[in-house]
Design a protein around this ligand. Structure first.
Ligand code: PPS
Length: 357
């Protein structure tokens, strides 16, 4: 009787140990990998995987902000489902041709964009980047609610460079969204931003060349100062996929470091959610890319005539000659700075982003 009891105790003990080992193993798998094996948990408190990244002190310098972020997400999640989420997010890059793409897809009868009446700022809600903590999910989603039965989406160029947007979008929308990124050669992208800023000024005090030149110069010195302050070399950023600036639009140089931004997005979304295109290729073959997006959204195909008609219009386009807008030495500096980042992007995407020619 005693032996019988002892044997059963031993067997139970062994089973218990095996169970514990299995749990540890499963836990390890769960936390080891990337987004696919790791489901963002429902939060009691701040979850382990919420950023902060190293220089999140900009964001979290007020200690309450991290707590505020967690509480806000928790609150919104309880009142939402992934189903309500828009289907499409065009996240950038700024000056990549996003307005045109959003206008094109919005002309498909199975898709409804919003904010299109505002022309240049069509669809730019910036919820997941700028207004997230102030606005409720309901407030955001109501913008799309009149479009039942249609695919919906928005286009906010601030998302690509935002520290928090990928995390927030994943937490609220799961892996549902299709995410489109248009990447333009970064120096040209930067000049285009300054050209736009020049044109939207009410009182222009200088010529376009003076304005752009000054802006680029200021951007470069700000960038050098930032690296000094962070005690980091630009080349070291290549290995810091979590490096992130809270106010990205203040540095047009930073906005063009696409490999850093995409790495941040890839932490939260599977690669198959993305359509990542070069803006110049998009420009040369717009109908082809648009039909790719239409197919990805599961919308009805459009015929070639329709596609060509829709894509024949250029939105948010300004006529200018970019030659001589910035000093030669500044252009050289920028090209050199971007080369390793473009190379990293090329490696990540298996080709095509060196923009050498
Ligand atoms: N179809 C197509 N393909 C490629 N590029 C295009 C297309 N349509 C517009 N554009 C050019 O894109 C620039 C504006 O980009 P965005 O609309 O993304 O700008 S914004 O960030 O929303 O302000 C702007 O570039 P610049 O003219 O150099 O400023 C547009 O000319």
């Amino acid at each position: 009787m005693y032996y019988h009891f002892r044997n059963r105790t031993i067997i139970l003990f062994v089973l218990l140990v095996l169970l514990v080992l299995l749990c540890i193993y499963l836990e390890l798998i769960y936390y080891s990998g990337n987004y696919t094996s790791k489901i963002i948990p429902l939060y009691g408190n701040c979850p382990a995987d919420i950023p902060p990244y190293p220089n999140y002190r900009y964001f979290y310098k007020n200690a309450d902000n991290r707590e505020k972020e967690c509480n806000h997400i928790q609150l919104q999640r309880s009142s939402t489902t992934e189903r309500e989420c828009p289907d499409l997010f065009i996240i950038g890059a700024r000056k990549g041709g996003t307005t045109s793409l959003y206008q094109y897809i919005s002309q498909h009868r199975g898709f409804m964009g919003q904010g299109l009446d505002k022309n240049a700022s069509a669809g730019e809600i910036h919820y997941f980047s700028f207004t997230f903590l102030e606005r409720s999910w309901k407030d955001y989603i109501d913008k799309f609610s009149a479009q039942r039965g249609k695919k919906t989406g928005e286009s906010s160029v601030s998302y690509l460079t935002s520290c928090m947007a990928p995390y927030r979008l994943r937490a609220l929308c799961g892996t549902k969204p299709i995410i489109v990124v248009l990447l333009r050669e970064p120096v040209g992208r930067m000049l285009s931003t300054y050209v736009m800023r020049y044109h939207i000024q009410a009182n222009k005090k200088e010529s376009l060349a003076e304005y752009v030149n000054e802006g680029v110069k200021r951007d470069i010195s700000r960038w050098k100062y930032l690296l000094e302050e962070e005690k980091i070399l630009a080349s070291q950023l290549l290995n810091q996929s979590s490096f992130c600036l809270f106010k990205p639009a203040r540095s047009q140089i930073y906005e063009g470091l696409y490999s850093l931004h995409l790495n941040r997005w890839f932490k939260y979304f599977p690669r198959e959610n993305f359509l990542i295109w070069r803006s110049d290729e998009f420009k040369d073959n717009t109908s082809y890319f648009l039909s790719e997006l239409i197919a990805k959204l599961g919308l009805q195909e459009m015929n070639e005539d329709e596609l060509n008609k829709i894509t024949s219009v250029y939105y948010n386009s300004i006529e200018y000659n970019s030659t001589g807008l910035a000093r030669r030495e500044d252009m050289e500096y920028l090209k050199e700075l971007y080369t390793p980042f473009n190379q990293q992007l090329t490696d990540m995407m298996a080709g095509g982003y060196s923009w050498q020619n």
